[in-house]
Design a protein around this ligand. Structure first.
Ligand code: EPU
Length: 313
């Protein structure tokens, strides 16, 4: 079904037949039947309500740095946060509050912090993706995670209602933000709480983060770590010791540098190649260590259940 009347109802851009590979860092994925880019929470709310009134759910796409989009036509409407790009800030003593649209890249927010000498996001140096996506997945590194720098989050639910919540009203965990479990579908705005420091101090701390990332295949087409670290363990080490480095499926290859990264190594790599390789790796770890790894990446257009259950069946 083509949702041709959507543009008149939703404040934002609506397009049909949109190739999605360019929206992701893996550079794979099919074509969206309908893609909407609301400008703000009102547009977002209108889009969600409009889809709901047509009996449709929707999927959300942020920076595409942690998402595997299925091949072929994606019939579920997609909401992209790419047009929510506002940035403003205010000060209160040493505190700096930076309000960002969900589509602002973490790279841009970090660059602004570095320029102004605002401390609190040093751990985020080099993390791809958008602010909204980072909050939804509580993105982080060994040095910290985004939840520590949050003042408030504005999100819209599957019912189209928008609410602003303080940091403590949200349940945070390792790569987890409780919003989706509470029915909030999309983040529209994030306010970070940073502290005034100096450019030199921010640069010095963030250099350590960047140094750590040298063990990762930067500059190749990946989506960061494919699996979460299991409790008390490291997915990268388990995958490595299970012999996954260098395994391939079609155009997808497990990085020789870090076993928790899958690279798109050729022009003909498909989303199915990546999904099949990820499942193969997970099965190997299970057979060798009895550990069932959980995906860190998000799936769009896949049957998530079949991705989760395959090897245990
Ligand atoms: N290891 C191996 N072989 C490998 C990869 C790792 O033996 O192929 C070992 C390392 O030697 C180390 C341990 O596994 O002893 C952990 O590896 P690493 O230090 O690279 O950290 P990680 O747990 O794999 C986490 C985050 C990364 C983040 C880094 C650095 C997860 C799943 N990953 O990686 O985040 O950049 O710490 O702080 O939590 C991401 O989430 O997409 C991501 C890249």
């Amino acid at each position: 079904m083509r949702l041709q009347s959507a543009p008149e109802r939703i404040d934002g851009i609506t397009r049909h037949g949109v190739p999605l590979a360019g929206f992701t860092t893996w550079r794979v994925g099919g074509t969206a039947e309908t893609l909407v880019e609301p400008k703000d929470a009102d547009g977002l709310s209108a889009a969600i309500r409009w889809f709901a009134s047509h009996g449709l759910g929707c999927c959300v796409l942020g920076g595409g740095s942690n998402t595997l989009i299925a091949d072929g036509e994606i019939s579920v409407p997609i909401i992209s946060t790419g047009a929510m790009q506002s940035v403003s800030f205010s000060r209160e003593g040493e505190n700096v509050f930076v309000a960002c649209g969900a589509g602002v890249s973490l790279k841009k927010l970090f660059a602004l912090s570095l320029r102004e000498g605002w401390s609190g996001l040093e751990f985020a140096a080099g993390i791809p993706g958008t602010v909204g996506g980072a909050v939804m997945g509580n993105a982080g590194t060994g040095e910290g995670e985004i939840s520590q720098a949050i003042q408030s989050v504005e999100a819209t639910g599957a019912d189209g209602k928008t609410r602003s919540m303080g940091r403590d009203e949200i349940e945070w965990g390792y790569r987890r933000c409780g919003l989706s479990e509470r029915g909030f579908a999309v983040i529209s705005r994030v306010t970070a709480r940073l502290r005034q420091s100096t450019q030199e101090a921010v640069a010095s701390v963030s250099r350590q983060t960047i140094e750590r990332r040298k063990s990762q295949p930067l500059g190749t087409r990946t989506a960061g770590c494919v699996f979460k670290n299991p409790e008390g363990g490291k997915a990268g080490r388990l995958l490595d010791e299970a012999g996954c480095k260098g395994l391939s499926a079609g155009g997808a290859v497990v990085s020789g540098l870090h076993a928790n990264f899958i690279e798109n190594r050729s022009g003909c790599c498909t989303a199915s190649d990546i999904a099949n390789l990820a499942k193969l790796c997970r099965r190997r770890v299970y057979e060798k260590f009895g550990v069932w790894l959980s995906f860190e990446i998000q799936f769009l257009g896949f049957d998530r259940r079949s991705m989760e259950d395959d090897a245990l069946a």
